[in-house]
Ligand binder design. Sequence first.
Ligand code: COA
Length: 414
Amino acid sequence: MKALEGVRILDMTHVQSGPTCTQLLAWFGADVIKVERPGTGDPTRGQLRDIPDVDSLYFTMLNHNKRSITLNTKRDQGKEIFTRLIQCCDVLVENFAPGALDRMGFSWERIQQINPRIISASVKGFGPGPYEDSKVYENVAQCAGGGASTTGFDDGPPTVAGAQIGDSGTGLHLALGIVTALFQREKTDRGQRVECAMQDGVLNLCRVKLRDQQRLAHGPLKEYPQYPNGTFHDATPRAGNASGGGQPGWIVKCKGWEEDPNAYLYVIVQEAAFKSLARAIHREDWLEDPEWNTASVRLPKLEQVFDEIEKWTLTKTKFEATQILSAVDVPCGPVLSMKELAEDPALRATGTVVEVDHPTRGPYLSVGNPIKLSDSPSQVKRSPLLGEHTDEILRDVLGMDAAAVAAAKSEGAV
Ligand code: COA
């Protein structure tokens, strides 16, 4: 049995944020019915294609374990079918532009009327306020949520992260909201609205930077590379590769960095492991030297500390350095490329990286469910072709007969 078996999701999502959420729910066992516009479907099916005329990796990697029905919700019969789907689903998830669902004729009030037990979950770029009507994509959210202003180096421009904290991050927040609302419904028998704004999701993930904004009023942020010689202004600055926590950290070069852009190691000078670190890099002399042997005397000289560590890491590959330092409890880890992650046997063994077969594109790699439940293991199944399950859903979920299905098709509703 799967954790969410018996939960039926009406998935009106597209692009990345919403699909991330419903894919997780599908991995936990929910029956996710993805509603797509006839003819085109989710626009990502055709975006960034690596192979002509087959569903892109953009789409296939975000829509595993779902069923697809084509439905034009702006046609009369389409609206009728959509209404019946709302009646028999537990959750509706959408990430259309603000107001799009209302323009289709399905406001929250109307949805509640149709099914008072339904949970209606939405991703929007912004919550109520000056930007609430804006369309938003990933990097806009990273900029508006505090990610970009706090990422990069002090002497460079604001920088967006490779991690999709705006889209996939908000999808994760939404999934938590949905399961929480399902849990509450067990007691109240009522559905509710779940709303996540991408700006809010990014800001939540940048929580420590708002912490630093307030600390700034009480003096310089001593763990930032701007301390002691740089300048602090009135907002949390960009911290380069500094750790952001109470223990200083930085990225140092390793053997081979001249050819390999990812021959680097992240190393943390944790107070508890300082002795081991000093010995490993052959700087035992630091342990007796009052200029180096406490965290407070080292703090203004962190750059020199990391320069010394780097002299040692330059003699080792990132994997050798990781092995040696980890063995003596120094917190550290290699900078891994996507190629190395794709080939990592441990990630394959846990199902975090999986190979999936697809009828038109053949085998491809994907990221499996990163959340592991001991009683509800996830099995990654390929994404559906556009409308692959239209007839099956109309027949088995809505009980429509062949004549009714044919009528809906001739109107262009499905
Ligand atoms: N049947 C009929 N019409 C459909 C349909 C269907 N099955 N599915 C979508 N449509 C219509 C919508 O109703 C909308 O029509 P309208 O403009 O007349 O209201 C139209 O398709 C376009 O939808 P929209 O959501 O506006 O898509 P877009 O491509 O213009 O914008 C985003 C894309 C992502 C910018 C926008 O959806 C958005 O801001 N979403 C919220 C934030 C978000 O999730 N962003 C991250 C995406 S990863």
